[in-house]
Each structure stands twice: as C-alpha cells, then as structure tokens.
Design a protein around this ligand. Structure first.
Ligand code: MN
Length: 730
C-alpha cells in the first residue's frame, strides 16, 4: 500500500486513542481496556491508507466518535467498541461476521444498526425512517452513536463540498437535531443546530456570533451582579449549589428572530442563569426547588406567566426543572433554571442518564413509555410505513409539519397547513396560480390539509387567479395576506377594465352610462351592483357583443338566451364552435385555453370534469363530483358539454432548466414573470434557492416547441443577475 500513515500521524492517532481511554469517568477494567485496544487496532488496520476529505487518516473519525460517545453522551464499553468499528463494515472489506467473531453478538448488532443507518435519509424516507426506528426500538444506543457520528461529521464539515454540506445540514436539522432533542441530549442538539446554521447561512451565523460576543462583557457583569444576592441567600440556607450563566445558543436566537420577527436587541431572554444543587436529605427534591424559587422571588420580581414547573410534569423527553423569569437589576428579564444534580444530569445527558437510572432500578420514565409505544407500533404488521412515519414525526414536532418537494427537498410548515399555504410558502406566484396539488401522487384540492412526510407537487395554471374564498383554504398569515393583496388588485383591475370597455361600447352606440342604463344591464345579467357588472365584463364573463340588442330588450327570457346560444346567436359561441357530440378538449396550454375553471371546485388536470356553456358562450369546467355541478347537470341539461383533459404530452413536453446567478431582491419574481406572464408557460414545479449571495434554481416547465425553449433561455439569461441557464435531463 502506498498511502500509509506518517510517523507524526501515527503519534497523533496514538495520542487521540490514549485520550479516549482517559475520558472514561469510571475506571476501565483491564479486560475492557484490552477489548477497546483490540477494536482500535483492528479498525486502524482496516481503514489503513484511507483518508478523509480533509486529508487526515480515516481512523481519526471513529476515535473522535468514540470520544463523544464516552464523554458527551456517557455510554459504556460496548457502545465505544461499536463507535470505533462503526464504519468498518460499510467502508472496508471486513464483514459483520468478522465483527461478530471478534467482539461478540451485541457489538455486531450495534455495528449492523449503524451500517444500516449510514448514508442519507432523503431518498425513500419512509423506509429509512422505519429502519431507523426499528433500530431505535431494538437498541437506542445505535441512535446515540449515530448522533455522535453526525456530530463529529458536522464539526469537520469544512472540507466537504458545498452541495454535500447543504445536504448534511438539512438532514441534521430535519431529523437528527430533533431526535437529539427528543432523547433529551440538549448540548448535542444545540451544537448540531448551531453548526447547521453556520453552514447553511454563514453570514447570519457570523453576525449573531459577533453580537453575542460584544454582549459578553455585559452578560458577565449581569451574572455577577444578578447572582450575588441569590448566592448569599442560598448559602445562608445551607444549600450546596453551583450557579452559572449561559447565553442562548446562536441557533435558538436565530430561530426566535425568525419566528417572532424580532431583532437581536429585542430578544430579552438571551441569558439564562442555572442553579444546580445537591438536595438535602429528608425533604423532597420538588419542595427544595420551590424553596429556592421562593428565595429568588424574594429578591427579584417574577414575570407572572413565566413560571414553568417541569418537575410535577416532566417534559416528554424526561427533562425536569423549575424555570422562572424575573426582572434583573438592569431592568432586564432573566430566566432562572433550578435543578438538582440528578435533574441536571438528565438535562445534559438525556437518555443516557435515564438509561443509567433505569439500570439502577428507577421507575419507568416518560421516554420509556414512548419507546414502548414505538415497539408496539413496529410489532403491529397492520401499520404501514407512512402511518408509522406520521406517528413518529408527530412526536418530534408538535407544532410543525415537514413536507417534501418532488425532488426530496424539505419544507417546514405550521401544523394544519394546506396545499395553498405550501404553494405560497414556496413563492407567491406559485400560490396565485395554484389549482391544487399532487400529494403522494394523488390529486388533491388546494384546501387539502398536509401531513408530515407528505410529498407535495404544486399544480398551477396560468388561467388561475386568487379567489376570495381561498382565504378559508389557508391558515398561514403569509398566504392569507398574499391572497387578499392579489384579489384586491385583480378585482380592481377587472372593475377598471370592465368600466372602460362598457363606456367605450356605450359611446359607440351613443348611449350615456346613466344609472338607468346600468340598472338595465345589471338586471339583464342577474347581478346586483355596478361593480359586479364592471367586474364581470372585465373578467370576460359578460360579453358586450349584443349590447345594443340588450339595451333595447324589454325583458329577458332565459329561453331566448339558450335559443340564441344553440343557434349561434352569440358571437363567442360562434368562435368557439362547441360540438356537443364530441368531448370538449381542455388544453394544458393555458394561454390558449378557451374555458374557465369553476372556483367552487377548482378542477385540476386529471380530474373527472364536466363543462357547462355559460351565458357568455364560454365553457365553465366543474369537477364531476362538485355539488354545484350536480345541481346544474340536473337542471340545465342543454348546457352540459362533455369535457376531457388533453394529455400534456400532446401539446407540450416537460423540460428541466437549471438556472443560476447572483441573488438580488426580486429576482425570483422576474424569472417567474418571464415564464408565466410573458410567455404563458405552464410550470410544473419551480424552486429557487439562495445562499451566500448566489442563487440556483430548477425549473420544470411545459414547453411546446424548441423555438420557444430557445427564446425563453435567451430571455431568462438576459435577466439582471442571471449567470447561466441550461437545459438538463428530467
Ligand atoms: Mn462515520
């Protein structure tokens, strides 16, 4: 072999290994130490000659993972063995059987679990989750070692290519950090989140980090000033305690800035003071925590709604503590956390601590019950992978759901979010043109409530415009306000257009737009206000072609109108030539489409639909199951037109364009505007991702011919900031 370790590297590796052995808090038995050495020598030889992306010998990684397993999670020898060996089966020619022969069944099964969990989760999520949970219920240590593995990879993410960094950080934020949280590993969870933010949004991360550092002096002073009187009181009461101040993690600051829409300076709980004490004998831990609370509130005024008792009812992950927010000496809110040493250990080490107490015969904890539930679910052959996934994710996020784009990208949405919310979350143009979605490959209306784990493909139509009823189909503030805005603008424009058109037509006939005239028209079309009349004209629902006749009509008979329609009395109908014997083809070329989509049922391509000839001679398309349509089918038989969707491939083919360039405000809007408004091209999906001042995007479009494609590419390339546009394979 060529590329072996240098002398310096050998010494470095040896030092790291010795350091690992020293990090055990309880002294290692000779037998265990020997086993660990054996694993190290074996793994070192197995990975010999292989280097990490950073150029280091590979073995440094498993040793570092083992170190985290011992000193940050607190697991024992078997877990350390598994950590040292975790990449051997995956990356070298040794098999699980070799591990089994050398280290026994338990270590082999842990390594097996870790091998199965290697790679990323973003493809075939459901089956991977199931796999993950099977191992979780089998032996939770697999997950803990996996978390250590990920933590070390995140700590050394620098040498990875950017794409890979994004992929790993997304996955970390999506599944591993919440899992760490669920298992109560606070320190690891926070570090995973901070590192994710650091690689995902380096600028934001740096800014917050700088601000925090500039606050540090003030924080130190505050801790000293604030804590002094508390310390005095606790000493007077003979408590054995430790008091410390911790700033909030960068990620949680960022998260708060995002979710509460506040600036850094507006975050009042940047700092928490933690009191960890050794409980006195003979008095319950809970009593003593409340005693300390009372000592503190004797000094500082508490915020009435900010006392959190996690002792009486511990958090689902086992966390116990008493929290109180009080007014500090500088007129600042400070959170104080009160914990016993036992509670502190659970808070820091989470599941591992539970594990320890369980072995010592402690009661079944909340977490154990959760694990038990998972085991039951897994044993039940009826529960399919997706249900299972939902159940699991509901446990991870109570307030948020996670959905996937067709390409496997993840999006977080609030619980209860609909297809429409999702569309507006991606882009307001996508929302405005949304006609529904495919969720897990099934067509659903825009009001469909999404569940965690759903794969969502938003369907759009250029003909689509927001309707006032959409407000009820959305729950996010973003979607609601976009709908209102767009509807207001749309309506205004329709009214304006309609008024202009009507006035022009009336002028040609030398008729003044007097209120009598308007009233006549309003009655004729069965409307109520002149705004409605203008709007209907503006929207093209009311045709003015027979304005003169209408104005001279004494009264209107529905029968006459049908008659006119059937015999081509209406010009629009004439243009369209409706052959009621043949199905009416609904093109996906929306710009040319000569039909309207009913707003009551919002039919989408692929739906079973039926058409009705409107008074204006256009075809209104309803979903066959729509109650409105049922009513019309039974009452207006003459107006029914059979309608079917044209298959998209007849008229257009799906094309993938990859676009990248320099990010600037409004660039997404410009791009979508060109595609949708200037060229009227139908979008299947579109996603734009900005990072570090750059953006890239994948556009999936229905293109009719190559000429159009070339024109479009030229046009898109001309947008300020766009660097390149390429056609890619689907
Ligand atoms: Mn690894």
């Amino acid at each position: 072999m060529m590329d072996l370790q240098t002398e310096i590297e050998k010494r470095e590796i040896e030092d790291l290994f010795e350091d690992l052995l020293k990090s055990f808090t309880r002294p290692l038995s000779a037998e265990h130490e020997q086993l660990i050495r054996k694993a190290f020598n074996f793994a070192n030889a197995a990975h010999m000659g292989v280097r990490r992306k950073s150029g280091e010998p590979y073995i440094i990684h498993p040793i570092a993972v083992a170190k985290i397993v011992v000193s940050e999670i607190g697991l024992g020898t078997k877990s350390v063995l598994a950590a040292i060996l975790h990449d051997v089966v995956e990356d070298t020619e040794y098999t699980l059987e070799d591990i089994h022969n050398m280290f026994g069944a338990k270590v082999a099964s842990l390594v097996d679990g870790l091998t199965k969990l290697s790679g990323t989760f973003d493809s075939k999520q459901a089956s991977n989750f199931r796999k993950m949970l099977l191992t979780l219920s089998d032996d939770v240590r697999v997950i803990l070692i996996k978390l250590a593995d990920r933590l070390h990879n995140m700590r050394t993410l620098d040498s990875m290519p950017y794409q890979k960094q994004l992929k790993i950080t997304s996955e970390t934020l999506y599944i591993l950090a919440p899992l760490a949280h669920r298992l109560g590993l606070y320190a690891i969870k926070s570090e995973l989140e901070d590192l994710s933010l650091k690689y995902k949004s380096p600028e934001t991360y740096k800014q917050i980090e700088l601000k925090l550092r500039s606050e540090q002096e003030r924080i130190n002073y505050l801790v000293f000033d604030f804590a002094a009187p508390i310390q005095e009181k606790l000493r007077a009461e003979n408590f054995e305690f430790d008091i410390s101040g911790r700033p909030k993690s960068i990620y949680s600051i960022w998260n708060k800035m995002q979710s509460k829409n506040v600036t850094f300076d507006e975050i009042y709980d940047l700092l928490a003071i933690r009191i960890v004490f050794k409980p006195k004998e003979g008095i319950s831990e809970k009593r003593q925590c409340f005693d300390i609370l009372s000592l503190i509130t004797d000094i500082y005024t508490p915020k009435p709604d900010r006392i959190r008792d996690w002792i009486t009812i511990p958090k689902a992950n086992g966390y116990e503590a008493l929290h109180v927010t009080v007014m500090g000496p500088e007129g600042q809110w400070v959170e104080v956390q009160i914990r016993t040493e036992r509670m502190d250990e659970i808070a820091e080490r989470g599941f591992a601590a539970h594990y320890k107490y369980k072995e010592e015969g402690a009661n079944e904890s909340e977490l154990d019950r959760w694990l038990l539930k998972i085991r039951e679910l897994l044993r039940n052959p009826e529960s399919d992978a997706l249900d299972f996934l939902d159940e699991f994710k509901l446990n991870l996020y109570s307030q948020e759901i996670v959905i996937f784009t067709p390409k496997g990208e993840m999006k977080m949405l609030p619980k209860g979010a609909t297809v429409l919310d999702c569309a507006y979350d991606i882009h307001s143009e996508l929302g405005n043109h949304c006609i529904g979605a495919k969720v897990n490959h099934l067509l659903v209306p825009m009001s469909h409530v999404l569940k965690s784990g759903d794969q969502v493909e938003i369907l759009t139509s250029d003909k689509q415009t927001p309707k006032p009823t959409w407000i009820d189909s959305a729950i996010t503030a973003r979607a609601k306000s976009k709908i209102r805005d767009s509807f207001k603008q749309e309506q205004k424009k329709h009214i304006e257009d309609g008024r202009t058109e009507l006035n022009e037509q009336l002028e040609k006939l030398k008729v003044k737009p007097a209120s009598n005239t308007l009233k006549k028209l309003i009655n004729h079309y069965g409307l109520h206000t002149k705004e409605q009349l203008y709007a209907e004209i503006g929207m093209g629902l009311v045709s003015l072609d027979d304005l003169e006749t209408t104005l001279h009509e004494k009264s209107v008979n529905k029968f006459v109108k049908f008659w006119k329609l059937s015999f081509g009395g209406d010009k629009k109908a004439e243009n369209q030539v409706i052959d009621k014997n043949k199905p009416f083809l609904l093109t996906e070329n929306q710009k040319k489409a000569n039909y309207l989509l009913a707003s009551c049922c919002n039919p989408i391509p692929g739906d079973d639909v039926v058409g009705f000839v409107t008074e204006g001679g256009q075809i209104m398309i309803h979903n066959k199951s729509c109650t409105q349509a049922l009513k019309m089918m039974s009452s207006q038989g003459d107006n029914i037109v059979e309608a079917t969707w044209t298959k998209s491939k007849v008229l257009s083919y799906l094309t993938h364009l990859y676009i990248k360039g320099f990010d600037r405000q409004g660039i997404a809007h410009n791009i979508i505007n060109v595609i949708s408004n200037e060229y009227g091209i139908n979008m299947r999906s579109i996603n734009l991702d900005a990072h570090d001042g750059l953006f890239e995007g994948n556009l999936y479009l229905y293109i009719h011919n190559t000429d159009l494609l070339e024109t479009l590419i030229t046009k898109l390339s001309g947008i300020k900031g766009v660097d390149s546009v390429h056609r890619k394979d689907i």
